[in-house]
Design a protein around this ligand. Structure first.
Ligand code: 5GP
Length: 187
Protein backbone atom coordinates (compact mmCIF):
# COMPACT_ATOMS: atom_id res chain seq x y z
CA UNK A 1 0.00 0.00 0.00
CA UNK A 2 1.44 3.38 -0.97
CA UNK A 3 0.75 6.34 1.33
CA UNK A 4 -0.58 9.53 -0.19
CA UNK A 5 2.23 12.15 -0.50
CA UNK A 6 0.32 14.66 1.68
CA UNK A 7 0.33 12.10 4.49
CA UNK A 8 4.09 11.85 4.24
CA UNK A 9 4.35 15.63 4.41
CA UNK A 10 2.04 15.85 7.41
CA UNK A 11 3.54 12.78 9.04
CA UNK A 12 0.05 11.26 9.36
CA UNK A 13 -0.21 7.47 9.50
CA UNK A 14 -2.39 5.96 6.79
CA UNK A 15 -5.48 4.49 8.53
CA UNK A 16 -5.44 0.67 8.56
CA UNK A 17 -7.83 -0.42 11.34
CA UNK A 18 -10.50 1.98 12.57
CA UNK A 19 -11.26 2.69 16.23
CA UNK A 20 -14.72 1.14 15.71
CA UNK A 21 -13.29 -2.10 14.28
CA UNK A 22 -10.78 -2.28 17.14
CA UNK A 23 -13.53 -1.80 19.75
CA UNK A 24 -15.66 -4.57 18.22
CA UNK A 25 -12.75 -6.99 17.95
CA UNK A 26 -11.49 -6.29 21.49
CA UNK A 27 -14.98 -6.90 22.89
CA UNK A 28 -15.14 -10.23 21.03
CA UNK A 29 -11.65 -11.20 22.19
CA UNK A 30 -12.55 -10.44 25.80
CA UNK A 31 -15.61 -12.70 25.59
CA UNK A 32 -13.59 -15.45 23.85
CA UNK A 33 -10.81 -15.38 26.45
CA UNK A 34 -13.30 -15.34 29.33
CA UNK A 35 -15.10 -18.34 27.86
CA UNK A 36 -11.94 -20.29 26.97
CA UNK A 37 -9.70 -20.04 30.03
CA UNK A 38 -10.55 -22.45 32.85
CA UNK A 39 -12.31 -21.12 35.97
CA UNK A 40 -10.19 -19.19 38.46
CA UNK A 41 -8.43 -15.83 38.50
CA UNK A 42 -6.68 -14.66 35.35
CA UNK A 43 -3.35 -12.97 35.95
CA UNK A 44 -3.07 -10.49 33.07
CA UNK A 45 0.44 -9.27 32.28
CA UNK A 46 0.52 -6.35 29.85
CA UNK A 47 3.81 -5.73 28.08
CA UNK A 48 4.64 -2.03 28.32
CA UNK A 49 4.59 0.29 26.78
CA UNK A 50 2.87 -0.73 23.56
CA UNK A 51 0.12 -2.91 25.06
CA UNK A 52 -1.16 -0.45 27.67
CA UNK A 53 -4.13 0.84 25.64
CA UNK A 54 -5.14 -2.61 24.36
CA UNK A 55 -4.83 -4.23 27.81
CA UNK A 56 -6.94 -1.49 29.44
CA UNK A 57 -9.77 -2.14 26.99
CA UNK A 58 -9.32 -5.92 26.98
CA UNK A 59 -9.58 -6.44 30.75
CA UNK A 60 -12.79 -4.40 30.78
CA UNK A 61 -14.21 -6.77 28.14
CA UNK A 62 -13.42 -9.85 30.26
CA UNK A 63 -16.22 -10.67 32.72
CA UNK A 64 -13.84 -12.68 34.94
CA UNK A 65 -11.77 -12.36 38.11
CA UNK A 66 -8.79 -10.51 36.62
CA UNK A 67 -5.53 -9.36 38.27
CA UNK A 68 -3.51 -6.77 36.36
CA UNK A 69 0.24 -6.68 36.22
CA UNK A 70 2.83 -5.09 33.98
CA UNK A 71 6.15 -5.98 32.49
CA UNK A 72 8.20 -3.31 30.75
CA UNK A 73 10.71 -4.34 28.14
CA UNK A 74 13.25 -2.64 25.98
CA UNK A 75 13.92 -4.40 22.69
CA UNK A 76 17.18 -3.82 20.94
CA UNK A 77 17.43 -3.45 17.20
CA UNK A 78 16.82 -0.76 14.63
CA UNK A 79 13.93 1.71 14.89
CA UNK A 80 11.59 -0.73 13.15
CA UNK A 81 13.24 -4.15 13.63
CA UNK A 82 13.52 -6.18 16.81
CA UNK A 83 16.76 -8.07 17.42
CA UNK A 84 15.14 -10.39 19.93
CA UNK A 85 17.47 -9.12 22.64
CA UNK A 86 15.07 -7.98 25.30
CA UNK A 87 15.86 -6.23 28.55
CA UNK A 88 13.28 -6.27 31.34
CA UNK A 89 13.15 -2.68 32.60
CA UNK A 90 10.23 -3.25 35.01
CA UNK A 91 9.34 -6.67 36.37
CA UNK A 92 5.89 -7.92 37.39
CA UNK A 93 4.91 -7.13 40.96
CA UNK A 94 2.77 -10.17 41.80
CA UNK A 95 3.86 -13.82 42.11
CA UNK A 96 2.62 -16.05 39.25
CA UNK A 97 3.53 -19.48 40.63
CA UNK A 98 0.52 -21.74 40.05
CA UNK A 99 -1.39 -18.89 38.38
CA UNK A 100 -3.19 -18.82 35.05
CA UNK A 101 -1.37 -16.09 33.10
CA UNK A 102 -2.55 -14.11 30.09
CA UNK A 103 0.38 -12.29 28.45
CA UNK A 104 -0.93 -9.28 26.51
CA UNK A 105 1.19 -7.86 23.67
CA UNK A 106 0.63 -5.07 21.17
CA UNK A 107 2.11 -6.86 18.18
CA UNK A 108 3.91 -10.10 17.42
CA UNK A 109 6.34 -9.60 14.57
CA UNK A 110 9.32 -11.99 14.42
CA UNK A 111 8.12 -13.63 17.64
CA UNK A 112 11.52 -13.20 19.33
CA UNK A 113 10.21 -10.93 22.10
CA UNK A 114 7.37 -13.29 23.00
CA UNK A 115 9.76 -16.26 22.93
CA UNK A 116 12.05 -14.45 25.39
CA UNK A 117 9.15 -13.51 27.69
CA UNK A 118 7.67 -17.02 27.65
CA UNK A 119 11.05 -18.48 28.58
CA UNK A 120 11.38 -15.96 31.42
CA UNK A 121 7.87 -16.54 32.79
CA UNK A 122 8.23 -20.33 32.64
CA UNK A 123 11.05 -20.11 35.20
CA UNK A 124 8.44 -18.79 37.67
CA UNK A 125 6.22 -21.88 37.31
CA UNK A 126 2.81 -20.48 36.35
CA UNK A 127 -0.02 -23.04 35.94
CA UNK A 128 -0.43 -21.90 32.33
CA UNK A 129 0.48 -19.01 30.02
CA UNK A 130 -1.77 -17.90 27.16
CA UNK A 131 -0.65 -15.19 24.74
CA UNK A 132 -2.99 -12.52 23.41
CA UNK A 133 -1.87 -9.92 20.89
CA UNK A 134 -3.76 -7.10 19.24
CA UNK A 135 -1.80 -7.49 16.01
CA UNK A 136 0.21 -10.23 14.36
CA UNK A 137 2.40 -10.21 11.27
CA UNK A 138 2.56 -13.96 10.47
CA UNK A 139 4.70 -13.41 7.36
CA UNK A 140 7.50 -12.00 9.55
CA UNK A 141 7.75 -14.85 12.06
CA UNK A 142 11.29 -16.18 12.52
CA UNK A 143 10.51 -18.41 15.51
CA UNK A 144 7.47 -20.54 16.29
CA UNK A 145 5.59 -19.06 19.23
CA UNK A 146 2.16 -19.95 20.58
CA UNK A 147 -0.22 -17.05 20.05
CA UNK A 148 -3.61 -18.12 21.36
CA UNK A 149 -5.69 -14.99 20.78
CA UNK A 150 -5.09 -12.56 17.88
CA UNK A 151 -7.01 -9.35 17.25
CA UNK A 152 -5.95 -8.77 13.65
CA UNK A 153 -3.46 -10.38 11.31
CA UNK A 154 -1.76 -7.74 9.18
CA UNK A 155 0.74 -7.68 6.32
CA UNK A 156 4.31 -6.51 6.73
CA UNK A 157 3.72 -2.81 7.49
CA UNK A 158 5.18 -0.72 10.28
CA UNK A 159 2.10 0.39 12.20
CA UNK A 160 1.42 2.89 14.96
CA UNK A 161 -1.49 4.01 17.11
CA UNK A 162 -3.68 2.47 19.83
CA UNK A 163 -0.59 2.19 22.06
CA UNK A 164 2.00 1.49 19.37
CA UNK A 165 4.64 4.13 18.78
CA UNK A 166 7.38 5.27 16.53
CA UNK A 167 9.99 7.12 18.56
CA UNK A 168 7.37 7.51 21.36
CA UNK A 169 4.89 9.27 19.04
CA UNK A 170 1.39 8.18 17.96
CA UNK A 171 0.51 6.01 20.99
CA UNK A 172 -2.61 8.14 21.59
CA UNK A 173 -4.12 7.62 18.13
CA UNK A 174 -7.48 5.84 18.58
CA UNK A 175 -6.93 3.78 15.42
CA UNK A 176 -4.03 1.80 13.92
CA UNK A 177 -2.28 3.31 10.92
CA UNK A 178 0.63 2.54 8.65
CA UNK A 179 3.48 4.88 9.24
CA UNK A 180 4.67 6.69 6.17
CA UNK A 181 8.22 7.49 7.02
CA UNK A 182 9.57 10.59 5.30
CA UNK A 183 12.58 8.52 4.22
CA UNK A 184 10.39 5.93 2.42
CA UNK A 185 11.56 5.54 -1.15
CA UNK A 186 9.14 6.79 -3.79
CA UNK A 187 7.21 3.96 -5.54
P1 5GP B 1 9.19 -9.16 17.67
O1 5GP B 1 10.15 -9.50 18.76
O2 5GP B 1 7.98 -10.06 17.61
O3 5GP B 1 9.89 -9.07 16.32
O4 5GP B 1 8.71 -7.67 17.90
C1 5GP B 1 7.90 -7.33 18.92
C2 5GP B 1 8.03 -5.87 19.26
O5 5GP B 1 8.57 -5.08 18.17
C3 5GP B 1 6.65 -5.32 19.52
O6 5GP B 1 6.26 -5.50 20.86
C4 5GP B 1 6.85 -3.86 19.14
O7 5GP B 1 7.41 -3.17 20.24
C5 5GP B 1 7.87 -3.89 18.03
N1 5GP B 1 7.19 -3.88 16.70
C6 5GP B 1 7.17 -4.86 15.77
N2 5GP B 1 6.47 -4.48 14.70
C7 5GP B 1 6.02 -3.23 14.96
C8 5GP B 1 5.21 -2.31 14.23
O8 5GP B 1 4.74 -2.53 13.11
N3 5GP B 1 4.95 -1.12 14.86
C9 5GP B 1 5.44 -0.80 16.09
N4 5GP B 1 5.12 0.39 16.58
N5 5GP B 1 6.19 -1.64 16.81
C10 5GP B 1 6.48 -2.86 16.25
Amino acid sequence: MCPHPSRIENDLPLPLISAEDIAQRVAALGREIAATLPPGPIHVIAVLRGAFVFAADLVRAMPRDVRCDFLAVRSYGSATESSGIVEITHDIGLPITGQQVLLVEDIVDTGLTIRHLLDLLSTRHPASVHVCTLLSKPSRRSTEVPVHFVGFEIADHFVVGYGLDHDQRYRNLPHVGILAEPSSPAP
